[in-house]
Design a protein around this ligand. Structure first.
Ligand code: AN7
Length: 360
């Protein structure tokens, strides 16, 4: 009989703070594929793997943390959860809250989240409010509400989120048989950077791996507070998921970088979109722009001579391309691709495809 993956709380029950009193609110998250990327290995000389987190139930890595956060919220008697979001957290919060039969309220920056994510939150029956401000403003309000009203905060300032997300590192270690040499993630609030670092640290302590990977994290150039060491008041990037100027897990990320001899870098939107295209066209993996920054970061570090030949590198690509597909249809000069229209006729189609007829 086929074995069905049971979601990260059940699969890793022994490594999470859950008990018989914890209701397991799961949509089967985790167990995502770790995919070899020969085209990226060829470009860099490293042994490159892609952890495809878009394969989670709501299409992003946020599900790993949300199963934990919503399960613990329900255990504590919460009837409603709240979060601020650039889109993916709100989609996950909405889905897990609806599954649990509780309410979700989500605050998003007006006009700045991808259509797919907006649709998800509404489809899953969340109370979605667009705030006239950016993500950082939304988070401040969400924290304020959680402090003074009966709503449970499920942003990654809630440690349960980080705990759930650390399971991705466990999966990588199980598949590779050890930790990689380098692990690269996008950075928004730096929650995931922190979570992987914790997961790898625990794997090492258990004896499941022999080393801690160097953790590399990348922010978009117009939204790179950690890289530049100061809050960005008006963050800008086409990678809307990581348009964050004052990361919630900033301090934790600095500690994780120290611990792992890690690295933080900034990438331009142009290079993000180039990497986005390389990943979809040469590796066959479709992600949203924020996720492609892991690929762009790899290529930038390789060009700088900072990726040793033959080293094992894992890139986490955090969200599915179908959430924000418009970027796939844009050319480098910014115009939109319109597929060619052809008459309903085989010879016409063959002509447009440049096919010459074979004689039989
Ligand atoms: C696709 O949904 O912050 O550094 O509110 O959606 O752990 O914040 C999303 C973040 C990377 C950054 N890739 O992760 C939100 C939100 C994608 C994301 C990140 C996000 P963190």
């Amino acid at each position: 009989m086929a074995h069905q993956w049971r979601g990260v709380l059940r699969e890793y029950a022994d490594r999470l703070d859950i008990s018989d009193a914890t209701p397991i609110i799961t949509l089967g998250e985790g167990g995502t594929p770790l995919i070899p990327a020969p085209a990226l290995s060829a470009r860099t000389g490293a042994n490159v793997w892609v952890k495809y987190e878009g394969m989670n139930p709501t299409g992003s890595f946020k599900d790993r943390g949300m199963t934990m956060a919503v399960s613990k919220a329900v255990e504590h008697g919460a009837k409603a959860v709240i979060c601020a979001s650039t889109g993916n957290t709100s989609a996950a919060a909405a889905a897990y809250a609806s599954h649990a039969g509780i309410k979700a309220a989500v605050l998003v920056p007006e006009g700045k989240i991808a259509m797919g994510k907006l649709a998800q939150a509404i489809a899953h029956n969340a109370e979605l409010l667009q705030i006239r401000g950016n993500f950082d403003d939304c988070l401040e309000i969400a924290r304020d509400l959680a402090a003074h009203y009966p709503v449970h905060l499920v942003n990654s300032v809630n440690n349960d989120r980080i705990e759930g997300q650390k399971t991705a590192a466990f999966e990588v270690v199980e598949v590779l048989g050890d930790a990689p040499d380098i692990h690269i993630v996008p950075i928004g609030n730096a929650g995931n950077y922190t979570a992987y670092s914790r997961g790898y640290g625990e794997s090492l302590a258990r004896g499941d791996s022999t080393k801690h990977p160097r953790m590399f994290g990348f922010q978009a150039e117009g939204s790179a507070p950690i890289v530049h060491g100061k809050i960005v008041r008006n963050p800008e990037t086409i990678a809307s998921a990581i348009r964050i100027g004052n990361p919630a897990s900033w301090a934790l990320a600095l500690t994780a970088r120290e611990l792992t001899n890690g690295y933080f870098g900034a990438i331009s939107d142009t290079h993000i979109l180039e990497a986005y295209r390389i990943l979809s066209a040469e590796v066959g993996i479709f992600v949203e722009p924020a996720s492609a920054i892991s690929v762009a970061g790899l290529l930038e570090r390789a060009a700088a001579g900072q990726i040793p030949k033959g080293s094992t590198v894992v890139l986490t690509v955090t969200g599915h391309g179908l959430k924000d597909p418009q970027w796939a249809l844009k050319t480098a000069d910014g115009s939109t691709i319109t597929p060619t229209v052809v008459e309903n006729n085989t010879d016409e189609v063959a002509g447009v495809l440049g096919l010459a007829k074979v004689s039989v």
